[in-house]
Design a protein around this ligand. Structure first.
Ligand SMILES: *[C@@H]1O[C@H](CO)[C@@H](O)[C@H](O)[C@H]1NC(C)=O
Ligand SMILES: *[C@@H]1O[C@H](CO)[C@@H](O)[C@H](O)[C@H]1NC(C)=O
Ligand SMILES: *[C@@H]1O[C@H](CO)[C@@H](O)[C@H](O)[C@H]1NC(C)=O
Ligand SMILES: *[C@@H]1O[C@H](CO)[C@@H](O)[C@H](O)[C@H]1NC(C)=O
Ligand SMILES: *[C@@H]1O[C@H](CO)[C@@H](O)[C@H](O)[C@H]1NC(C)=O
Ligand SMILES: *[C@@H]1O[C@H](CO)[C@@H](O)[C@H](O)[C@H]1NC(C)=O
Ligand SMILES: *[C@@H]1O[C@H](CO)[C@@H](O)[C@H](O)[C@H]1NC(C)=O
Ligand SMILES: *[C@@H]1O[C@H](CO)[C@@H](O)[C@H](O)[C@H]1NC(C)=O
Ligand SMILES: *[C@@H]1O[C@H](CO)[C@@H](O)[C@H](O)[C@H]1NC(C)=O
Ligand SMILES: *[C@@H]1O[C@H](CO)[C@@H](O)[C@H](O)[C@H]1NC(C)=O
Length: 467
């Protein structure tokens, strides 16, 4: 600035002021629509950024890249009026503060003559941050669709991103009422949403950090992504499925996923099993697409990490596929699509509910002895699996019961003539199903879990829902 001051001294006073203002404006960085500006250090306590003229609506977003959610941070003010050149806490025409929550904030509005973003760093915390400008949704945001924990073993876990690209699953119609076959198959989307996963021991306290992609990315993800693929579990759509290995037994983990580099999903929590847990993971079954959990089986063949369609023994898959095929045949003896057996549900709903129930009762789920709900322990140390003799005995394992609600859902969705019946909670249901975990309003509630849910946000699972 010394050279500049020397030049100014030779000029008349009014002109000097104008030149200084022009110089300051020229030093302002311009924000570009569709881009993110990453700021590592501010040059002065008050810094301004120019938003170029645009008549349309723009979304400005801020993400803090360091510190904890309670740290003192800079404050951000936006103005969309040409008369306010330096928006700040002093106010002015059309000045709005972008209030940050967990390190992220946004302001959406019109900028008929452009605008200015002002940053006040009174406490001189010099916190790095990002500014995003978009003509659509804010570039930085916390996304609300949840992540999903499939299951874990001692050192492995199956984790899912939020759903995207939902399939347009139209129910069949008369005269061609053809229900999906037992094996489902879908064409993966050509432009899947890009998710990056972060897994960290819960003891690293990622939840107290700024909940932004730039802050979370500074934490190295634990474990190894041994496989990553796209999978359509259910009608909600496709998900990225991560198969993690290299985790530590009996450890609580926190998981996040970052969408397209700037949007944050999560956190969710899960726990790895104790070292005595011996059941391998099974997932990506085309006839039971929602299943992703540990089953009482020997270690997978050929050094595979887990079982899938190609490696699950036919003695397990064949009867299941056959039952589903036979059930579908019986179901379509009803005049599906022409007559209604219910104003609410269709044959397609019945087939979906039956599939969920059948998968759940045919494919036993192992639990960790220490954290299993009390009714699970009943089925410990059996010679062969009591429900499905195709599963070999010999494994010492604790089995979760299917959620009773998967049965009542099929009961409700299917026509009476099929004779589908579930045990009543009041009588003997609790010996063969997990009762009262999902639907807390049913009679004979057992509890133990969170009412209304088959699992909680901490990776605890109370019964097998197939969902
Ligand atoms: C600035 O945005 C606010 C809120 O959207 C709006 O009410 C106001 O008219 C805008 N100002 C200008 C000059 O467009
Ligand atoms: C934008 O910020 C508001 C609070 O000012 C918040 O309620 C909203 O969820 C944010 N939008 C997105 C897409 O994150
Ligand atoms: C009936 O529907 C099935 C599945 O949607 C389709 O594959 C088949 O080609 C259709 N048949 C006729 C005759 O339209
Ligand atoms: C942040 O502040 C809230 C409310 O004052 C407090 O409950 C919480 O423990 C604090 N978190 C951290 C990480 O300091
Ligand atoms: C990863 O998953 C794909 C798709 O399911 C499978 O073909 C492949 O064999 C898996 N790789 C490993 C190492 O398990
Ligand atoms: C994991 O977190 C749960 C609370 O969700 C806690 O009860 C348990 O002790 C933790 N386990 C370990 C191994 O830290
Ligand atoms: C996904 O996003 C990450 C981080 O932003 C990036 O490094 C990677 O190249 C992206 N992958 C694809 C296929 O776009
Ligand atoms: C269904 O999937 C199973 C297991 O992958 C496979 O063995 C069988 O051939 C498939 N059946 C059909 C009709 O595609
Ligand atoms: C399905 O039907 C066929 C033919 O009726 C029968 O042979 C088979 O045992 C049935 N499958 C099951 C699992 O009941
Ligand atoms: C199963 O557990 C029982 C009791 O804890 C034990 O006596 C038995 O040796 C175990 N069997 C195997 C195969 O680990």
């Amino acid at each position: 600035m010394h050279d500049g001051d020397r030049i100014f001294r030779r000029l008349p006073a009014a002109l000097v002021l104008l030149l200084k203002a022009a110089l300051a404006a020229a030093q302002r960085t311009t924000l570009n629509v569709g881009y993110v500006l990453s700021v590592s250090t501010l040059n002065a306590a008050d810094t301004f950024y120019t938003i170029p003229t645009a008549a349309t609506q723009l979304a400005l977003s801020i993400a803090l890249c360091s510190g904890s959610i309670n740290s003192t941070s800079p404050r951000f003010f936006v103005s969309n009026a040409s008369s306010t050149a330096s928006p700040g806490s002093g106010g002015g025409e059309d000045v709005f503060e972008i209030v940050l929550d967990q390190g992220v904030g946004n302001w959406t509005g019109t900028f008929p003559e452009g605008g200015v973003l002002g940053v006040e760093d009174d406490a001189n915390v010099q916190m790095p941050f990002e500014i995003g400008l978009s003509d659509g949704v804010p570039i930085h945001q916390l996304i609300s669709e949840p992540l999903l924990f499939g299951d874990s073993t001692t050192t492995q876990a199956i984790l899912f991103s939020p759903p995207f690209s939902p399939e347009n699953l139209q129910d069949p119609t008369y005269p061609n009422y053809t229900l999906p076959s037992a094996n489902l198959s879908y064409q993966p989307p050509t432009d899947p949403t890009n998710y990056t996963v972060i897994v960290s021991p819960t003891s690293n306290s990622l939840t107290t950090m700024q909940q932004t992609a730039c802050a979370l990315r500074t934490q190295k993800s634990t474990g190894i992504v041994a496989n990553q693929s796209l999978w359509m579990r259910d009608e909600e759509g496709w998900r990225t499925e991560w198969f993690f290995s290299g985790l530590v037994a009996q450890t609580n983990y926190t998981m996040y996923a970052i969408e397209d580099g700037y949007k944050v999903a999560g956190p969710i929590f899960f726990t790895t099993k104790s070292s005595s847990f011996s059941c391998p993971l099974v997932s990506q079954l085309s006839y039971c697409p929602s299943i992703a959990y540990a089953m009482p089986l020997p270690p997978p063949p050929n050094g595979l990490l887990a079982y899938d369609d190609s490696s699950l023994p036919p003695s397990i898959s064949e009867p299941l596929i056959s039952s589903l095929t036979n059930f579908t045949t019986s179901l379509t003896t009803f005049a599906c699509g022409r007559d209604l057996y219910s104003p609410l549900v269709t044959c397609a709903d019945c087939q979906r509910a039956y599939r969920t129930w059948l998968c759940t009762v045919s494919l036993p789920r192992c639990a960790d002895e220490d954290t299993a709900p009390p009714n699970a322990a009943l089925l410990r140390n059996q010679a062969a699996d009591a429900r499905n003799s195709a599963f070999p005995g010999g494994n010492n394992y604790t089995q979760l019961l299917p959620c009773l609600e998967t049965c009542t859902a099929a009961d409700r969705a299917c026509p009476n003539f099929l004779g589908f019946r579930c045990p009543l909670p009041r009588f003997n249901a609790a010996s063969s199903y997990g009762v009262g975990y999902v639907d807390s309003t049913v009679e004979g509630v057992q509890g133990g879990g969170v009412p209304g849910m088959w699992s909680d946000n901490f990776g605890n699972v109370w019964c097998t829902s197939g969902q």
